[in-house]
Design a protein around this ligand. Sequence first.
Ligand code: ATP
Ligand code: MG
Length: 415
Amino acid sequence: MNLARQIEQYLPWQLLELVQDISKQAAKLGQRVYLVGGVVRDLLLGYPNFDLDMVVEGDAVKLAQQVAETSQAKLLAHHRFGTAKLRYENFTLDLATARKETYARPGALPAVTPGTLKDDLVRRDFSINAMAISLGANDYGELVDPYQGKNDLEHRLIRILHPGSFSDDATRILRGVRYEQRFGFEFEAHTAWLLKRDIHMLDTISGDRIRHELELIFKEKQPELAIKRLAELGVLTRISSSLKGDGWIAEKFDKARRLKKPSQLPSLYFCLLIYSFNERELEQFLARLNIPVKLSRAMRDTLCLKTELPLLDKASLKPSEIYYQLRGYEPLAIQSNAIASDSSRVHRHLQLFLTKLRYVRTALNGEELKRLGISAGPEMGKVLQILHKAKLDGEVRTKADEKKLAFSLSLKLER
Ligand code: ATP
Ligand code: MG
C-alpha cells in the first residue's frame, strides 16, 4: 500500500517540504529513512498528528546535521543514543537510528544496539504503533507493516507483538489502555489475557515511569475513560490499593475541564484522584509514584483542606474570614476542593478566594504609613493587617479611604 497521497493530504505544507527534503538528503547519504509510530497510525486513521518520528537505517545524527545545515532548524543531538531532534518554529521532528533492544530483566530499561527497521519495529508496544512509511526515492510512501497493524486498525484492536511484551515492560499496560480509550478500540483477546496474567509485573516498574504514563493519560481529552478502564482491569489497585476509577472521578474530571486550562489539568487530576484517601494511603501513593515535592504539597493540602470545608459552608462568612481560612493552602488544593465539594456555597467561597481575594493588596505601603506617623515594627504590621482586612471586606475602597482609616488607627495607637 502506498500512502504518498495521505502524506500530502494530512501534513501541513511546511512539514511536507521537510519530509521531502529529508528523503532527498538521506538518499544522498545512502541511508534509508522512514516515518514511524504514531504519525503512521494517525495518517491511516485520518487524524492530524504533527509529531513526526523518523527512523534511519544508518547514522540519524549525521542526517539531522545535514538537514539542519540547509534549513532554519535548531539541532539537538545525542550521539550516545544515535538520536537527534530538529526544532523549527512551529514544530519539532525526531530522528532516531534504528535500534535493537534487549531486556536484562523485566521492567528495566533496555540495552540498545544499532539495528534494522525491522528490529526497531519489533521492540515497539502494539501492532498499530509498529508501522513505518518509507521515504526512500524508489519506494516513497510505501507502508511497512510486518505485524499487520493496518488490519488491527481496521478491526479496532490493540495487540502486542509477542507474549513477553507486558512482562518486559508493564508500562505497556497503561499505554494500551490509553490507546484503547482514545480510539474506542479493544484489546485483542490473547493480548487481553496476557495483560491480566502479567498485571503483577507493574510492581517491577519505577514510580517515575508509572507517573509518566499517568501524566500521558491525563493529557488525553477524557482521561476518566482510561481511569475507569484501569480500575476494571485491576491495574489501579495494583498501583495503589485505594485508587478508584468510579463515577465520582468521571464527574469531577469533567468539571475540572470546564474550569481550567489544559496545562493545569494533569496536576488537578492527581489531586482529585486521591480525594477519598486518608493520610496513610496518600503517603503510600506519593512514595510509590515518586511524586515531586510541589505536587506532593498540593496533594497533602488537598486532604487537609477537605477536613476544614465545613468551616467554609456558612452563609454569613465575610470575605476576610474566607481569606484567613484559606491563605495557607496551595492554590491547587483549593481548586481541587472547589471541584470536589458538592456544596455550591463552598464552591463559591473557594472560587472567590482563587479569583479575587488572594490578589487583594492595600494601596498604602510601609513608607506611606511612616509618613502618617506609624512606626515600623509590630505596630505597622497590625495597621497593615487591619487595612487589608477592611479592603477585603469592602470597608475601604480608595487610597484616600485607607489613609483615613490608617490615620484614625494611628491616633488610637498613640493613646
Ligand atoms: P501518541 O503520542 O499519539 O500517544 P505515539 O505513538 O507517538 O502516540 P509516543 O509515546 O510518542 O507515542 O511514542 C512513540 C513510539 O514509540 C510509539 O508509537 C511506540 O511505537 C514506541 N513506544 C513508546 N513507548 C513504548 C514502550 N514502552 N514500549 C515499546 N514501544 C514504545
Ligand atoms: Mg508521540
